[in-house]
Ligand binder design. Structure first.
Ligand code: ADP
Ligand code: ZN
Ligand code: ZN
Length: 731
């Protein structure tokens, strides 16, 4: 009997490693989905290889049998399997874990028959399915396999014009620069409102028109941005592919919806795909281009389990397939910016093509920067009088304002005026945040929640007060300060808050955004959630209340993230040139700062990303930071900090003794506690690994895996878990 190697969902530390062997009655094509026994369970797996049994050494091998082959659809392609292998290898995870993570979970629950039926149903379209079911119910189980891999609908594309605007000169140049090449990675550096989206759409149009099977993947950093994009892509391509032409891939779908979309993309029935980071792991019948909007966004990095970076995987996948990958941003990541550098005397050009679109559509002005020096005001001042006055003028003129504060809740901590008690979370090294709406104290790290006490839990005093401020308080304050105005149309100014708390319920965010779009709202208060990508039309003023924190952060990426956030925030203002022309003033970005002279703000005032990036890259180069080196973190969580660090020291010692490949090029730093040292009763510590050679670091990490398992076996009892984070986003 042939032996097949099957990837099943098992992490490295289960000891199972990469692939399991099973007996099969006949050879099974690689990429086939199977059900196999694993322990007491019966699980989904992907066949990786199939080979004839060698009778010389296997009669005594008691392999279990493959239970079922789910062969109703084509096997997963070699290209997809290659991506899984790369992802597992690069991010130091087991192959099965990565492969099964990439597949819709609903597949796990399907037997071969159900799988066949479902595909059958999908291939025949949702409308027909009911009648089919009735007709087929008797013979259901042995329904003949059908051609589920039918080609995508053939349309005569050129006969149906797509409603699209004439491109501006710079859009046309960008389209040609990118579209004239068969593949390659292209960094589209375009100001907010420069019309990057239109370039993506017209690139997609070319690709889809040139090949009747081609598929295009659009990636966005957050689920929140998906509805806006879906509407846009759908509206554009409906004349060619029908109203339901976009497959959606993000974690907001139900398991059945996710399966539905996944199958449609796997079979090539949907030519357009829109998704968040997990979409990069999808199985495509014929992927022909990937667009990654806001490519700098840290959300592209998965922060648990297999910690992959979807942007980096898209670039890898694009190279393998020889297809174009378009990275778009007004503030590219310094990695991508560096990769798109032009040649200098010292170094050759990067391997990405850089394409710039500095101007806004319609010549709309970019927001001008107003810095308010908060050192002129008492510490407790939340909003400077000049800012309040400017906002009042804007809303009286019928414009909207946006106020950003990156802290949700009412206040970050509750304190006792008598004894100094603070609302510390009992499980974390963090404060519990005051939430006024439900009178709770909540830890944003572990979720621990209690009622706001009436008396100090330590000394009994009633002198308890919130310290600092969050979005809830800001909303209250703005309502107080501006709510007494009466606008021209007799309305009272409305202040709406948009943050993770206000949008917890399904549909709440879309409803809030709609309120802003309809003009029912005069001031939007929120966290960075509202700074990202939303196409607000009437906002004339954006204010950021406490931006300075990032200037003092120990995280070397903090300035880069702050600059991106502020550029993005300023991009929310004055998006509608026509609308803004009717208004007396130019759009503005207000910052309340105690560092008005800071170089970051000076670069921001000029909207000078290249200048900012040049300074940052010089600093990074001098300090030997990414992109001039590669990093990985080895992290341990334990009951005590000593246990966590002891494990990490043990690993380092084993590594030194074993003399691992690449070690001469890898610097291993001593263990240190994380900035937030304890979360949910776990003490956290980490070791930073650094190398100027990605290859050396990879070789080292791969060789380290068995040592981690060895150290785990001898680890102190308090050790809870460990993980490896390759190319970490936060150190
Ligand atoms: P970006 O993604 O670069 O921030 P958008 O793609 O959102 O910018 O474009 C800004 C606005 O300009 C959008 O409302 C878009 O519909 C409009 N727009 C884009 N290209 C054109 C064009 N060629 N002619 C007219 N309007 C355009
Ligand atoms: Zn007290
Ligand atoms: Zn906590």
């Amino acid at each position: 009997m042939p032996i097949v190697a099957v990837a099943v969902d098992a992490p490295f530390h289960s000891g199972i490693g990469h692939l399991l062997s099973y007996h099969s009655e006949c050879a099974i094509a690689p990429g086939s989905l199977v059900r196999v026994p694993l322990g007491k369970r019966d699980v989904l797996g992907v066949v990786w290889s199939s080979e004839a049994d060698d009778p010389a050494h296997s009669p005594e091998r008691a392999l279990k049998d493959v239970l079922q082959v789910l062969d109703a659809s084509t096997p997963l392609s070699a290209d997809w399997r290659g991506l899984m292998e790369f992802t597992a290898r690069y991010y130091q995870r087991s192959l099965g874990e990565v492969a099964l993570m990439a597949l819709p979970s609903a597949l796990q629950d399907h037997t071969a028959t159900q799988w066949q039926q479902r595909l059958d149903k999908l291939a025949n379209g949702p409308k027909k399915s009911r009648t089919r079911k009735k007709a087929a119910s008797a013979a259901d189980t042995n329904a003949a396999p059908i051609a589920v891999d039918a080609a995508a609908p053939v349309v005569s594309l050129d006969s149906k014009p797509l409603g699209k605007p004439a491109l501006t000169a710079q859009q046309q140049q960008a389209l040609e620069a990118i579209g004239s090449q068969a593949g390659g990675v292209h960094l589209l550096h375009g100001a907010t409102g420069s019309g990057k989206t239109e370039v993506y759409l017209q690139l997609a149009e070319r690709i889809l028109a040139a090949d009747p099977q081609a598929q295009v993947l659009f990636m966005v950093p957050e689920i929140n941005l998906a509805p806006q994009w879906q509407a846009l892509i759908q509206a554009r391509f409906a004349p060619w592919f029908g109203a339901e032409c976009v497959a959606i891939m993000h974690s907001g779908l139900t398991p059945v919806q996710r399966l539905h979309e996944w199958v449609a993309v796997h079979q090539g029935r949907k030519r357009l795909v829109l998704g968040t980071r997990l979409a990069v792991l999808g199985s495509f019948a014929k992927l022909a281009m990937v667009v990654i909007d806001e490519e700098h966004d840290p959300s592209y990095k998965q922060q648990e389990g297999a910690r992959y970076n979807a942007r980096d995987l898209a670039v890898w996948r694009g190279k393998q397939l020889g297809i174009p990958v378009v990275l778009g941003s007004a503030t590219p990541s310094l990695e991508s910016w560096y990769n798109s550098r032009s040649a200098t005397a010292q170094s050759p050009a990067g391997n990405y093509q850089r394409v710039s679109m500095p101007e806004r559509i319609g010549g709309g002005a970019l927001a001008s920067l107003r810095l308010v020096d908060m050192s002129a005001y008492p510490r407790e001042t939340v909003l400077a009088p000049s800012l309040l006055k400017a906002m009042q003028e804007r809303i009286t003129a019928g414009e909207q304002c946006m106020v950003l504060l990156n802290r949700r809740g009412y206040a970050p901590v509750l304190g006792c005026g008598s004894c100094g008690w603070k609302s510390d979370c009992p499980h974390c090294s963090a404060h519990q945040v005051v939430h006024k709406s439900d009178r709770s104290l909540r830890c944003h790290h572990c979720g621990w929640s209690t009622r706001v006490p009436h008396h100090c839990p330590r000394c009994g005093s009633v002198d308890l007060a919130p310290i600092g401020r969050g979005t809830e308080q800001l909303q209250e304050l703005l309502q107080e300060q501006l709510g007494s105005l009466v606008l021209d149309d007799g309305r009272i100014p409305q202040v709406l808050r948009i943050d993770a708390d206000s949008t917890r319920l399904k549909g709440a965010l879309q409803e809030s955004l709609a309120q802003v779009h309809r003009g029912d709202v005069d001031i939007v208060v929120g966290t960075q959630m509202i700074a990202k990508g939303h196409d607000f039309r009437r906002i004339g003023l954006v204010a950021v209340v406490q931006p300075d924190g990032a200037l003092y952060s120990s995280d070397f990426r903090a300035p880069e993230r702050l600059f991106a956030l502020l550029m993005q925030a300023s991009g929310r203002a004055g998006r509608d040139a026509e609308y803004m022309q009717g208004s007396a003033s130019t759009p503005e970005l207000w910052l309340q700062t105690r560092e008005p002279q800071h170089v970051l703000y000076a670069a921001l005032a000029k909207q000078d990303y290249p200048g900012f990036a040049a300074v940052q890259l010089r600093e990074r180069e001098q300090a030997g930071m990414p992109p001039f080196c590669y990093q990985a973190l080895l992290r341990a969580d334990a009951k005590t900090q000593e246990d966590a660090q002891a494990f990490l020291r043990q690993v380092a010692q084993l590594a030194r003794a074993a003399s691992l490949p690449g070690q001469d090029w890898v610097t291993v730093y001593p263990p240190v506690p994380l900035t937030i040292q304890r979360v949910a009763n776990a003490e956290r510590a980490q070791v930073l690994l650094e190398s100027t050679s990605r290859k050396a670091l990879q070789a080292y990490l791969t060789a380290l895996q068995p040592l981690l398992h060895q150290a785990r076996a001898q680890a102190p009892k308090g050790l809870l878990r460990w993980l490896v984070d390759v190319d970490p986003m936060a150190i």
